[in-house]
Design a protein around this ligand. Sequence first.
Ligand code: NAP
Ligand code: MG
Length: 497
Amino acid sequence: MAELDKPQREVEVPGDWTYASAPESRDIVEIADRYGHFVGGEWLEPTETYETIAPRDEEPLAAVGQATAADVGRAVAAARTAYADGWSSLPGSERAKYLFRIARILQERSREFAVLESLNGGKPIKESRDVDLPLAAAHFFYYAGWADKLEYAFPNRRPRPVGVAGQIIPWNFPLLMLAWKVAPALACGNTVVLKPAETTPLTALLFCDVLRQAELPDGVVNIITGDGRTGAALVESEDVDKIAFTGSTEVGKEIQRRLAGTGKKLTLELGGKAANIVFDDAALDQAVEGIVNGIYFNQGHVCCAGSRLFVQESIYEPLVAKLERRLTTLRVGDPLDKNTDVGAINSAAQLERIRELVASGEEEGAEIYQPPCVLPEKGYWFAPTVFTNVAQSYRIAQEEIFGPVLSVLTFRTPEEAVEKANNTPYGLSAGVWTEKGSRILWMAHRLRAGVVWANTFNRFDPSSPFGGYKESGFGREGGLHGLEPYLTFEDSETFGG
Ligand code: NAP
Ligand code: MG
C-alpha cells in the first residue's frame, strides 16, 4: 500500500496512567439519623448519644447511644431470660438453622455491609468486600456446622453452654470481630451481649436487622453501643458468665485484674508486633507482595500485622529497593473507591498515636521513607511508611503502632532471626519467607507466635484457630479450639480460655 493511502488517524497517547476513580455508591446503604441499643429484640431508647463519623472526611453519619450501666444491666437480663427460656436447651440442629440463615443473609446483603464498613471505619472497599464480608459469613457457616456436633467434637466430656457471654470488640474489623465472637457463642448455646468499638458501631447495628430477618429469638443477641465505660460496665456485670475481649493489651490486663477471683471465664485477644522474616533464598517479588499485604492491609490496623520486617543481610539492599519501588504504586485515598489500596486512618486519636510513634522513630535515628502521595485534606490520613536503620531498642521496633508503618531490621543466621523475632512482649503471629520446607518447619517450631505464615501473610480461615502467646493474650478463636471458651465440661474444671 502506498504511503499516501494510509488513513491518517490521530491516535491519542495517554500521558497520564493514573487510575480513574471507581467509586462504590454509598446510597446502597441506609443509615438512620439515630440508633438506640438492641435489647431483647427491641430498640431501647438511649439516655445519652454521641456522633459517629466517616474517617475519610469527618462527615457525621449518625447519633449512637452511649449505654449506661443500667442499659448494660437490661441487656444482660434480656440475654439471661433468652438463655433460660429455651435457647440453651434448643437442639444443636435447631441452633444451626439460625446460624446458617444469618450466614446466608450476610452474603445476600454483603455489598450493603461492605459500603457501611468502609464508610464508618475507613478501610478500602475492596478489603471490606473481598475479605471482611466473605470471612464474616464463613464464620457463621463454619460454626453452624459444629452446633449439632459438640458431643462429637468433645467426646465423653459432656459439653454444656456457659451462659451469658459479654463480648467487647475493637474497631479494625468491626463486623468480622462480631462474627468471630457471636458465631461460636451461639453455636454452643450461649446468649450474648456485645459492645462494638466506639468509633465503628454501624455494621453491628445493621447486623441487628439481620438477626430480625433470621428470626433469631429475642434476647439471644443484644447489642449495646458506647465507649470504654460501657465495656467496663459489661465486664463488671455480675450476671455475665464469660467475657471475650479483643483489643489493646492495656485494657486486656485491666479486665483480667477485674475478673480475678470471680470465676468468670475469660479470653483475651490483644496486641501484636509480628516479625515477617525473609531469607535470602525467598522469591523476592513474592515476598515484597507479602510484606506489603502484611503491613499496609487495613492501614496496618491489624493486630497480627507484619510490622517488623527481618531481612537476611545478603538481600537487604535489593529487597528494600524493591519494596520502596512497590510503595510508589500503592493508591492511598477514598475508602469507597474500588481502586484504593490504603484507606483512611480510623480516628483522630489513632492518627495522633501513629504520628507520635513515627516522630519517635525519627528522633531515635531511624531513616524514614514515604512514597510521594497526595493525601486528602479532610479526614485522617497517613502515608505508607518504611523505617530502615532501626535498632531493636527503638520504640518503633518494640511498640505496636497499629498504622501503615514498617520497621526494617536485619539478621544473618536462622538462630539470630528467631532470637530477634521472639524479642518482644507479644506473640500473636509471624511470617517466614524461604524456599526450603525444612527451614519453614524449623522456624515455625521456634517462633513464639500463635500463627506462623509461610510464604504468605494475613491469611485467615474460620477453621484455623487464632490467638496469642505472652502479652498477645490467651484463648483461641476459630476452629475447634474456638468452641472451647464457650463451653463447660462436666468432666473437668476449665481455666481461663
Ligand atoms: P481498646 O481501646 O482496648 O478497645 C477495645 C474495646 O474495648 C473497645 O470496644 C473499647 O471501647 C473497649 N474498652 C475500652 N476500655 C475498656 C475498659 N476499661 N473495659 C472494657 N472495655 C473497654 O483497643 P482498640 O484501640 O479499640 O483496638 C486496638 C487494639 O486491639 C490493638 O492493640 C490491637 O492489637 C488489638 N486487636 C487485637 C486483635 C486480636 O485478635 N488479637 C484483633 C484486633 C485488634 P472504645 O471503643 O470506646 O475504646
Ligand atoms: Mg479505645
